[in-house]
Structures are given as structure tokens and as C-alpha cells.
Design a protein around this ligand. Structure first.
Ligand code: 9MR
Ligand code: ZN
Length: 555
């Protein structure tokens, strides 16, 4: 992944030309509503589609925001509830883009975010009737060989392409599937009416059909002895060609204990969730899970992963597997109630975050398994989970208060894939509320969606196809090589990165640029503008929550 693909003139990149930032999808009638203004403002107005001013508010001066460097003013109009289309205008005449207030504003965004997983499918043809213009023949259908191994051939077709590249990585896939499954578990009504127009439309809710596509592949990644191959990729990242044209040899890379534990965990979770629809599938998920778990018990040491010489695809290395093992044990305890899993949880519960929901740090998934199951859980364990989520939520609330844009990130969070930090933080607010049985953090969760959809110092909506000024040149091979002007919709960009790893970003971003502005909507900038399944999946969780909240709590 270097910039050899993009020996081009310096690209012309459109800049947001408004001084007022809003969530470009809009707001729900009863939800929080804020715009951020980067020029002096005392009063602001909302003008409706008939050119009538329907609301006047006073802006609050926030001051200089450290992450953006902007001197900002906050326009809060949460007490305005009328549905319609509006523009926010400041007393100095600056205008926002048009935005909606409506109960359904997040539905198209939510649908697009989930449909993006279908567009990432590997090993099947994307047909016109499902993919519209974004069709392609099936890809990566050849067998894989073991890297450094013999000539034995393995069928590991299927699953989702990880990101802008065509690799498929177990820990990344398992955590993306877990975000989606937990989103469904917590907010089933949001998914109930969802019609994604995917090939399996029918018996299963669409989300479960889509996740099943990944699970079928994940199960193929299990080795005969229960260990799980860390990834299947070509030796080097493909150039920017369509997936069906990527014909290089596929390799399976050595198993890791993280991949093995994550597979055991996600299969246990899925076994429970698919049982009511397909008992055989639930059984095979269960069998896969306990087989990997047995391998973990027989192999208690940490088995990490690093790329061998000659391979440059993603690494997804980790320094510990205690959280992965905890997640597996917790998920199997939730499923079976067996004592042996409980004992493991009990002895594992020390020294790692029990609220993180990332692709590497997965303790939060184990906490969710325990919190949501109806097995006996001792109070001290419940307290520990509650404490982890609450203290993290309070810390993040503090970050929101010190950011003019209301974002739960400090300067150090603007790294490769910063939108995942943002979205994981939104999940923590949501889960903390769930645990506490109240709505205290709702507005903070909502503010993270505002940031994602345009209330940030770049003005971009970081979801392709969603919003008037949305990213449209992500580092995504299919979107580039298909030759179609319009970008495939529903992909979350990695977002601003204050220490970019790619050459293009270094050239395009002037030194000293504040972290939140270290972003370019350019296909070459893989460390700022790539997409990834596990950046989409927490965004699905957040939008499912927002829809559920609107329907049930009048939010
Ligand atoms: O998302 C990953 C990011 O946190 C790391 O900093 C980066 C470098 O190791 O790798 C990212 O993951 C990439 C993966 O290695 C390969 N597929 C694309 C992923 C998104 O950029
Ligand atoms: Zn493929």
C-alpha cells in the first residue's frame, strides 16, 4: 500500500465553503440539534423551505478548539421540533447547507452503511439486480495455499474484503461481525423493517443474512486442529484493479491465538442468535466454537502474528490475547452456562479494558456477552463491567466538553482510522446508558454521529454518498477501478490522521495542520481515507441505536 499507484499531478480537492457545520443528514424532531459556526456570531436563524424565518437563537461562544484550531460558536436549537427542510443563517449572513428535521433522517444512512457489507462480498458475483451499477463477476474463487507450506489447497472463499484492499483477516472480520450482531441484539426493531435488496432476501432478517456470509467464511478459516489462520491474502496488496482481475496466488498465514479466540467467540455469539432460524447452522457454529476453544485450552501460550518476509498485506498484530480469550470464554459461558467457561472468565478478569470494542482490543464484547445473558453473574463481575463503561463514558464526556465540535476525541485519537475511535466512543456512551438504565449519554452519542456526518472541522460527511458534501474518493479499489464517477455509497472513511503514514498525505497536508483538519478526500491517502468493515460496523451500531431511540424514546 504505497503511492506507486498514484503518480499523478497534485489533485484538485474540493474544500467545504461554508462557515456553519451541521449534520448533513439532519436531526430528529425531539433529538439534540447543534450547529457549529467558525466565524463570530451572536444570533442565528432557521429559515424554512418557503423562505420564512421560523426560529431565532443565541449562539454561545466556545472559544478556540484545540483539535481543530478553530474559534467556534455553538448554535443549539434542540428546542425547535418542527419537521421540514431548513438552512441555518447567522447574523453575519453565513449559511449552513440545507438540512432536514424529520423522524426518518437516519434511515437512509443506516441502510447504506449496512448495504456496504454486501458490496464488500468476496467470492460471489454482484448482480445488477442487487448491486445496481456496482456489479462485478465473482472474485478470489481460487484455492489458497499455506504460506511457506506444501501444495495442499484450501477452499477459503467467501467473506467480505477487509477494506480498500482485497485481504480477508479473521480478527477484523470477527469484530465487525460482532458489532453488527450486537447492534441487532440491542436494537432489533431498527433492523426489522430493513430491506437491503441482497440475494438472500427472505427468511432471515437482512442483517443476519449479510453477517452469515462472513460467518461461513470465518468458519472455513479454522484449521483441522481448531487453530485459526490469521488471514488469507495474496503476498502483496493488489494494484488498483477490480477484484475479479486480481489473480495472484492466495495464501493462508500462520494461525494466531487472537484469531482462534475471536472465532470461538463470534461463533458462540452467532450460534445463539441464528438458532431460531436455522438449527443446523447454529450447530455448526457451536461445533466450530468449541473446537477452537479446545485448541485455546490446549495451547495456553500467546501466539501472535507478524508478516513474514515477502508479504506486505495487513498485519493486525496484537501484543496480548488475554482479552480475546476472555471474550471467547464469556461468549461460551453466555451460550452454555457451563462452569469451566465461568472459571476462565473469573481468572481472566484483570488488567485489560473491559469496555473496548475494537478489532484488537475486544474485552468490551466479552462484557456485553456477560451483561446481556441470563446466566448467573456475580455482583462483583457486574460491578466491574459497570465501572469500566461508566468511568470510560465520564472520561469521554470530558473530551466532548473540551472539543468545540462536541467530539469525544482528544488530539491523540486522530490516528489511522480515527473514525473508529469516534465510533467506539459512541458505542461506550450507548452501552453505558443501557447498563445504567437511563439516557444520560444520549446527546453525546448523537454528537458523534453529527461529527461523522459533517459537524467537524473539515465539513465532510465521512460516509460516502451520505450528505451534500460527502467523501467521494476513498482508498477503495472497487470504487476506483470500476470507472464509475459516482462512489459506491455507505462507506465510512478512516478520517483525519495527524500522523499520516502515506506519502500522498504528507505532500497534501501542510505541517502544523491541527489534528481534526489532517484529512484529504483523495484515493491515494490510504492512512486517512481508506474504508474498512470495522469502521462501518460501529457506525451501523450507532445509527441503529439512533433509529431505535427515535422510535421508542421520542429522541
Ligand atoms: O485499521 C488499521 C490501523 O489501525 C493500522 O494503524 C494500520 C496499519 O497497521 O492498519 C489498518 O488496517 C488496515 C489493514 O492492515 C489492511 N487492510 C486495510 C486496513 C485499513 O487501513
Ligand atoms: Zn474477492
Amino acid at each position: 500500500m504505497d503511492s506507486i499507484y498514484f503518480h499523478r499531478e497534485k489533485p484538485v480537492i474540493p474544500q467545504f465553503d461554508h462557515d456553519v457545520f451541521v449534520n448533513q443528514a439532519g436531526f430528529t424532531p425531539d433529538g439534540p440539534k447543534r450547529a457549529i459556526i467558525r466565524i463570530p456570531c451572536e444570533q442565528f436563524y432557521l429559515r424554512n423551505e418557503y423562505n420564512i424565518d421560523v426560529y431565532t437563537g443565541n449562539a454561545a461562544h466556545f472559544g478556540v478548539d484545540e483539535c481543530s484550531g478553530d474559534d467556534v460558536y455553538i448554535a443549539d436549537f434542540s428546542d425547535f421540533h418542527s419537521e421540514g427542510e431548513y438552512v441555518l443563517i447567522t447574523d453575519g449572513g453565513a449559511r449552513s447547507i440545507r438540512f432536514m428535521i424529520s423522524r426518518d433522517v437516519y434511515r437512509p444512512v443506516f441502510d447504506a452503511l449496512v448495504k456496504a457489507f454486501y458490496y464488500q462480498r468476496c467470492g460471489c458475483e454482484l448482480k445488477k439486480e442487487h448491486a445496481g451499477v456496482f456489479t462485478h463477476p465473482s472474485c478470489h474463487t481460487e484455492t489458497a495455499k499455506e504460506w511457506g507450506g506444501g501444495d495442499k489447497e484450501y477452499d477459503v472463499t467467501g467473506g467480505w474484503h477487509d477494506a480498500g484492499d482485497y485481504g480477508r483477516y479473521v480478527t477484523a472480520g470477527a469484530s465487525a461481525a460482532a458489532h453488527l450482531l450486537y447492534a441487532y441484539k440491542l436494537f432489533p426493531s431498527a433492523f426489522g423493517r430493513q430491506k437491503l435488496n441482497i440475494p438472500e432476501c427472505g427468511a432471515l432478517p437482512d442483517i443476519l443474512a449479510e453477517v452469515r456470509y462472513e460467518l461461513e467464511w470465518l468458519m472455513k478459516m479454522q484449521r483441522e486442529d481448531g487453530a485459526v489462520w490469521h488471514k488469507v491474502t495474496t503476498a502483496r496488496h493488489a494494484p488498483f484493479i477490480m477484484p475479479q482481475d486480481d489473480k495472484e496466488q492466495l495464501y493462508l498465514f500462520s494461525p494466531s491465538s487472537m484469531a482462534t479466540a475471536d472465532l470461538a467467540a463470534v461463533c458462540a455469539l452467532a450460534s445463539e442468535m441464528y438458532r431460531e432460524y436455522d438449527g443446523d447452522f447454529a450447530d455448526s457454529l457451536y461445533n466450530t466454537s468449541i473446537k477452537s476453544y479446545k485448541w485455546l485450552e490446549d495451547n495456553p501460550g500467546f501466539l501472535g502474528f507478524d508478516n513474514p518476509e515477502g508479504c506486505n498485506t495487513g498485519t493486525y498484530g496484537e501484543r496480548t490475547d488475554v482479552d480475546n480469550r476472555f471474550w471467547a470464554a464469556a461468549q461460551l459461558y453466555a451460550l452454555t452456562g457451563e462452569d469451566k467457561y465461568f472459571k476462565r472468565i473469573d481468572s481472566a478478569m484483570l488488567g485489560f479494558s473491559m469496555s473496548d470494542l475494537g478489532f484488537a482490543s475486544v474485552g468490551g464484547f466479552g462484557s456485553l456477552a456477560l451483561w446481556l445473558c441470563d446466566r448467573p453473574i456475580p455482583d462483583r463481575m457486574r460491578d466491574r463491567i459497570k465501572r469500566d463503561f461508566n468511568s470510560k463514558a465520564e472520561e469521554l464526556k470530558g473530551l466532548c466538553a473540551s472539543c468545540g465540535y462536541g467530539c469525544a476525541m482528544g488530539s491523540w485519537h486522530y490516528i489511522w482510522g480515527s473514525t473508529m475511535n469516534l465510533l467506539k466512543h459512541a458505542m461506550i456512551f450507548i452501552i453505558a446508558d443501557r447498563i445504567n438504565g437511563n439516557d444520560k449519554y444520549h446527546r453525546f452519542a448523537a454528537a458523534q454521529l453529527d461529527y461523522l456526518l459533517g459537524t467537524n472541522a473539515t465539513g465532510y460527511s465521512f460516509i460516502t454518498g451520505c450528505g451534500e458534501f460527502a467523501c467521494k474518493s476513498p482508498h477503495l479499489r472497487t470504487a476506483y477501478a470500476d470507472g464509475i464517477e459516482e462512489c459506491i455509497p455507505g462507506f465510512v472513511s478512516g478520517g483525519p490522521n495527524a500522523s499520516p503514514a502515506d506519502e500522498d498525505a504528507r505532500v497534501l497536508i501542510p505541517p502544523g495542520t491541527p489534528p481534526m483538519k489532517c484529512f484529504v478526500d483523495d484515493v491515494g491517502c490510504y492512512s486517512l481515507n481508506e474504508v474498512a468493515i470495522y469502521w462501518n460496523s460501529p457506525a451501523v451500531f450507532l445509527t441503529a441505536y439512533m433509529i431505535d431511540h427515535t422510535e421508542h424514546k421520542k429522541g
